[in-house]
Structure formats: structure tokens, C-alpha cells
Design a protein around this ligand. Sequence first.
Ligand SMILES: Nc1nc2c(ncn2[C@@H]2O[C@H](COP(=O)(O)OP(=O)(O)OP(=O)(O)O)[C@@H](O)[C@H]2O)c(=O)[nH]1
Ligand SMILES: [Mg+2]
Length: 596
Amino acid sequence: MCGWRDDVAVHVVATAGHVDHGKSTLVRALTGMEPDRLAEEHRRGMTIDLGFAWTGLPSGAVLAFVDVPGHQRFVPTMLAGVGPVPAALFVVAADAGWMPQSAEHLAVLDALGVRHGLLAVTRSDLAPPGPAMAHARAEIAATSLGAVEAVAVSGATGAGLADLRAALDRLVAGLPAADPAAPVRLWVDRAFTIRGSGTVVTATLGAGTLRTGDEVELAGTGRTARVRGLQSLGAPADAVTAVARVAVNLRGVPRDAVRRGDALVSPGRFHHCDVVDIRLAGDPVADLPAEVILHIGAASVPVRVRSLGPDTARLHLSRALPLRIGDRALLRDPGRRHVAGGVTVLDVAPPELRRRGAAAGRAAVLSTMDGRPDGAGEVRRRLVVRRADLERMGVPVDQRPVAGDWLVEPAHWVALRQRLADEVARYARAHPLEAGTPIDVLRHGLDLPDRALVEALVAPPLAISEGRVTPARATAGTAALPPAIARAVERIRADLVDRPFAAPDADRLAELGLGPRELAVAVRAGALVSVVPGVVLQPGAIEAAAEVLAALPQPFTLSEARRALDTSRRVAVPLLQVLDQRGVTRRLPDDRRTLR
Ligand SMILES: Nc1nc2c(ncn2[C@@H]2O[C@H](COP(=O)(O)OP(=O)(O)OP(=O)(O)O)[C@@H](O)[C@H]2O)c(=O)[nH]1
Ligand SMILES: [Mg+2]
């Protein structure tokens, strides 16, 4: 058993189906293990709590089962078992056929978006399996599971079990591979103590790798613990890679501090949120009661619903959870014992809705989102955000930070640079005796979260000296110029405010009386910069262009650069050449460029 971990694929499926249809009997027959661990379950002849068992398949893969109770009273337990698992073995009894809990369990799988499954028609020694099979297949085909294979079996006689094993092998061969490097998020499905070892939790490891000695965070508590020991499938292991069932012995956590539904996560890698914006597939959002239960992983949390659009809503969670954009969950109304629908998490750090009309605006934004992580979109919506924060939300980003870990929407950055220059000029007028504008004044004035952003915005002719941004000698620029040229330069600068890289064309220059000689005077005075003869921009524009380009996915084409800079080829081509010459960009053999 010890050799199982390293060299074989492990998969986890949950059972599903109406009470007494033979789920546990089937798991027992397939694995030789007892999924009903509790004496009470044997006394009452029914599953009450989750059961765990595993077996080798003909291919050599190992399949672990999470056996769930079928009784309606235990649907929350069923949800905790199914939540973290990507596939289901749906069980229907040949003699009883499709039943209410068959329908509710199927609705759960559909709401969670479970796409992989298999139908077993059990108790086929008691009745011909055909009718139940046809009915169940038709019901299942209409859900996220789609058309599934079906096998008739008997847990009593063993008939059909070999076929079922072969079908399970085909099922697991089609499951997506887990990312072994992903951060770990374990939804605890059992917690107990072992004398001499302390607290042990079990869970399905859906992604990532867990090692003994690792530190884990008990989500939402700020408490961390160390992995003292690990087991998978009954055997001790130094490291366990997803997908797997794991038992984790924790150091530093008293037993009563952790229970089913809690999450253990890689420290610092998840955003813990108590407000999320979601899309609901199922009932219209307007029909939801004000309070429902959100089920995700093994967790179930009461939430208050604020409807935003016809299928979008804001959920206020009664307890913070480590959620990510794109997570699937479901909402259930325990009063009506009704699965209201499947949830896709759209935003885990949504903006507050304070102003009038904010909710309608938010609904419009949410209507464009689908839960697929979109780095560029998140930066566009948030304008200024830390890369690590986006990663914690489950959004990988390839854009480069402008300073430290800060990502800024490119057009916003250009606008900020202009506002910085304006603020510096205003401050200089108001405080003529001071050497420059204190950085914190600018940070506050531009509403930026970090001084580093102000510092990164400062570009020639502005400079930083002793904690202040100084309007460098040439900023005034135009003051030293002959008045006619100074006026023309001011007009050009005004033209460039909205589109800083749209250099004035020959007609505009001629209209303003700026011939080659006048331009040369303005450039020498530092009032304009020349990209090539006849193409002039504001001071600092070339540095600003480099920042805009740094925010593009690398490498980029000329036309991508042109679009990002919102300018024409006439400007973009020489601008890129200047950046090449300065060693800021590098031209690749295929003519694309990348920042050095
Ligand atoms: N004859 C026959 N009896 C079966 C078969 N499978 C299960 N049973 C019996 O059906 C009853 C219910 O089986 P379980 O396996 O406990 O059903 P379950 O789906 O796990 O029930 P819950 O967990 O309570 O939802 C038991 O008495 C089993 O012995 C089968 O294939 N043939
Ligand atoms: Mg059972």
C-alpha cells in the first residue's frame, strides 16, 4: 500500500443517489472496505456521515470514494462530501427507480458544475435494470454531467462489478490533471484526535502538494499550524500531491479549533472574503429568500443575498471563506429544502455600493464577467492593485508592476502622470518658497496607496530631492522661450493632454508657426522632446511610453504598441526605435519587441 503514492494516479469520486439505493453496499463490494464507520449507521442500516474507501482499478490507477448519505435530512453532509470532488458515481436501484433524492442529488451535482460521472444501477438482482437505467440516463443527460456510461450491477451477487471497474477506469482517465504547484486549499471533511498525536483532519486534496513540516493557515482565524504528519490511503507519506485523499496531523491546533467545513490553506495565498459577487444559474435571483446557505467545498455558510441583476447578486457571508474568482458553489434554501442554483464566483473583493446608482452600475459590470480569471480586466476595473492581491483572488497576471508589486491600468497611469505634473505646478504656485511638493502631499492628492507609486510617476523634467518632487528648472520650459514659441508650445501641450502620444502633425505645427527652427529652440529649452525631426511630444513622454509598453503582455507587435499608446504609426515607429536605442526595448527576429 505504501508504494501507491508516488507512482500511480489517484482519483476521488463521490457517490450520489437516493437513500437505500445501495451506494454503500456498492462501495463495500468494490473496495472491500467499510464506508459506514459508525455503529449507529449499522444499527439503523443507513449512512449518516461521510464514508471513505479506496481500491485499485484494472489500469493501476487508485480510486478513492467519498460515500455520502442519501437520506434527505443529511443533504448538508452529502454536500460536504461532493463539494470538493470532481466526479460522481450516481447510484439508482433497479427495483425502486428514480426517486426524490435522486433528483436532489443530481440537482446538486448540476449546480456545482460536476462534469464527470458514471451511472450504476444497483440491486439489479431484484428487478430488471432497464427502466431505471433509461430514466436515470435521461435525467442525467440534461445536466452538467451530460451523457454518462451506465452499468447494471448487484452489490449482493457481484454481477456487473468487473464492468463497473472498467467503466470507472474510463471515467478517471478522462478527469483533468491537477496542478501540483498550485496553492493548497483543503476543505476539512473530518476532524478528530488521536491519542498521542493530537488533531487530525481529513480532506480531498484537489490541487497542489502538501509536505510534512509545511505551515498551513486555518482560514479566517489568522492561526497557523504545522503539518506534523501525513497519510494518504492509510499509508504514511512525506509528501502528497493532488489529487488525493489526505489525513493531516496538525501541530498547534486544538481539536475544538477545527471542524468540518473549515479550510486549511497555503499561508498568504488566498483572499479571505465575506462579501462576494456571484452569478446564479437556476432560480432567478429575485426569487431567493433574503437568507440562504452557501455551500462550497465542505463548507456551508449562511449568506444574506442582495440581488443586483437578473442572475447576479452580492452575498454577505456570515463567516469569511478563502474564495477565488471562478469558484463553483451552490445556494440552498434549507427552509424549502431546495437547491436554488449553482454559483459562479465573479468577484471576491467587490467595490462597496454606496452611491446612488452604484448597484445598477455594478450589475452592468457583472453582466460582462464569467468567472474566468481575467488579469487585464481586473487591472482595468481596479485601476491600481497589487499583483499578489490579484493572485490571491485566483487571477494570474502577466502585466509588469510599475513600482514594487503595483499594477496600474496603463491609461490611468498616463493620466496620473499628468495630474502629478499639475499638482506639482499648483503646489509651487501656492508655496513659492518651498523647494518642491512633499511626496506624501502628492500621494494624498492623487489618492494613491503607496509612496512608491508617486516616486515611479516622477519623470524628467520633474525630479525627486529630499522627499519632495521638484519642478526642475526646465519644467517651466516655456518661460525662457520667445513669447510666440512659448504660446505655440502651450497649445501643443494642451493638445497632448488626452492623447499624450498623438504628436501634432505637420499641418498643426505649421498652423502654430512651429517650423524646424522654432521646434529646435523649444526642444533645446526642454519644453518639448523630439522623437525624430518633426515628431515632438511633452517632456517625459518617452519614459511614459516605456511604462505603457511594460504593461503589455510581452513580447508585443508594433500595432499592439500603437494601440496601447493610442497613436499613429508615424509616431509609434520612431518612438520604438528611440526606445530600442536607449536599450529599453529589444527587437526580436520576428519584429516583435520586449522590454529588457
Ligand atoms: N439484493 C440486493 N440488495 C442490495 C443491493 N445493494 C444494496 N442492497 C441492500 O439495500 C439496502 C440499502 O443499501 P445501502 O448500501 O445501505 O444503501 P445506501 O444507498 O448506502 O443508503 P444510504 O447511505 O442510507 O443513503 C441494504 O439493506 C443493502 O443490503 C443489491 O445489489 N442487491
Ligand atoms: Mg450508504
